[in-house]
Design a protein. Structure first.
Length: 180
């Protein structure tokens, strides 16, 4: 990603309401927007059940951490699979937080709604990264923004969705791309 596009994306994330974690800002956080960044895992080595990231995937995970370096991440979620955890880890490490596991179970449509509600309830006023899969990312983003999201193909690894939710306003969605 060229530096000016990266800076624009970081500015957009910060402008969407990423508030720091200072306890003195707790009251501000209650009224601030919640920003949820959703991406698909980076490139994997093969199509086996639980493959690790490939070299290109590791580079993309580092690129994601770079893009989110100034976003003020408060929480990071990944599915139970290695490729999602490995994609989230560089950004979580840079923010000094752990990757939380949010297992994907059952029908995707039935999973996405309750998980979106959990994110909104638990992380009001915070900035959260969620790393999912080609079939879970569109469903989750659609629930978070109450909008329609096009399906991802098996080759789509660079889509980045930023959803801002603030009480009293409709959700706002920014679509971007990251990495090479």
């Amino acid at each position: 990603m060229n530096p000016s596009l990266r800076n624009l994306l970081v500015f957009g994330i910060l402008a969407l309401g990423a508030v720091g974690s200072d306890p003195a800002q707790a009251e501000i956080r209650d009224h601030a927007s919640t920003t949820i960044v959703v991406v698909r895992h980076a490139e994997k080595v093969d199509d086996s059940q639980d493959p690790p990231l490939s070299g290109a995937g590791e580079a993309r995970a580092r690129a994601l951490a770079g893009v989110l370096a100034d976003a003020g991440l408060d929480a990071t979620y990944a599915s139970q699979y290695r490729r999602t955890r490995q994609t989230a880890k560089p950004a979580a490490d840079a923010a000094g937080i752990e990757v939380r596991i949010a297992p994907i179970e059952g029908e995707i449509a039935a999973w996405a709604g309750p998980f979106a509600e959990t994110l909104i309830e638990r992380h009001g006023g915070e900035t959260v990264l969620v790393v999912g899969h080609s079939n879970t990312v569109p469903a989750l983003v659609a629930k978070l923004c109450d909008c329609t999201i096009q399906p991802l193909t098996d080759a789509d690894y660079d889509h980045l969705y930023i959803v801002e939710r603030a009480s009293g306003r409709p959700a706002r969605l920014i679509r971007a791309r990251y990495g090479n």
